[in-house]
Design a protein around this ligand. Structure first.
Ligand code: ZN
Length: 273
């Protein structure tokens, strides 16, 4: 199979240039095998229409980004629980391989990391219970610890897997190299996750220097992450899902012609992934 067919385009990579429809058509044009929409793009298009377009172009769906944000309202509110149910339903409608969860950071105004983590655990358990009934796997994405304050208080693969084991079936991890490449325990934790808990594999690169901690991700091959090695570790466990490219890049890739972005992406899938 050509390498491009194993790749998935996370719509964040071209979020400033393309709608979901344009991204789907772009993937088809460049021979990219799958797509992973963000919910704002999906809702703009409509989930049913998105499903029709995705199927019409013969694409896979490596995930839906994203549910979570359990701590955003201070307590685990009904609004947050309901929004996560809707996210599960959207993932089911488009046949996504998983719903990716960015769990939320500290409760706004609080310094209580432990209680934030408790809220997250309770929220994930509730969402997973619902998702099991619909048949959508839940994928916790551990975020780099620099985001513990404002985005996600689950920061390592080990911590995510502890939660998975506590919650049980129907939940695993979305491993994004940007967030976990530095972790000295990464290889062990990938082994611990095994095929059953490895639900998604996100790639980009860590630029040195990184000028913006959110919006300066690099294209694979332009930074210091040994992406092929990390890929070999997840594939050694039997992971056979798509390699999903997710690049937030306000000053570089978001300013490029999106067809050029996809052309480079496909090129790098052969040399740097
Ligand atoms: Zn990611």
């Amino acid at each position: 199979m050509p390498e491009a067919k194993k790749m998935s385009l996370n719509t964040a990579t071209v979020s400033k240039q393309w709608s979901l429809r344009e991204a789907i058509e772009g993937c088809a044009r460049h021979g990219i095998g799958a797509i992973s929409p963000w919910r704002d793009k999906l809702q703009e298009c409509g989930a049913d229409e998105a499903r029709r377009l995705i199927d019409g172009h013969g694409l896979g769906v490596s995930g839906l980004c994203r549910g979570g944000w359990y701590t955003s309202q201070g307590v685990l509110s009904q609004a947050v629980i309901d929004d996560n149910k809707r996210a599960v339903d959207e993932a089911a409608t488009i046949g996504a391989a998983c719903l990716v969860m960015v769990v939320g950071g500290l409760v706004p105004g609080s310094k209580d990391l432990l209680s934030a983590r408790t809220i997250v655990r309770d929220g994930l358990a509730l969402t997973t219970e619902y998702a099991r009934s619909v048949g959508v796997p839940i994928a916790i994405e551990p975020l780099h610890p620099m985001y513990a304050g404002d985005r996600a208080c689950v920061n390592t693969m080990g911590q995510a897997l502890d939660l998975c084991e506590e919650i049980g079936d129907g939940i695993g991890v979305a491993m994004d190299v940007y967030h976990v490449w530095w972790d000295p325990d990464l290889e062990n934790q990938i082994r611990r996750a095994g095929r059953q808990r490895l639900l998604a594999f996100h790639v980009c690169d860590w630029l040195v220097p990184t000028r913006d901690l959110l919006l300066d991700r690099g294209m694979m091959g332009d930074g210091v992450i040994d992406v092929p090695k990390l890929r070999s570790w997840v594939e050694r466990e039997g992971f056979d899902g798509y390699v999903e490219v997710e690049i937030f890049s306000s000053e570089a890739w978001w300013k490029r012609d999106p067809d050029e972005v996809l052309r480079v992406l496909v090129e790098r899938s052969m040399s740097a992934v």
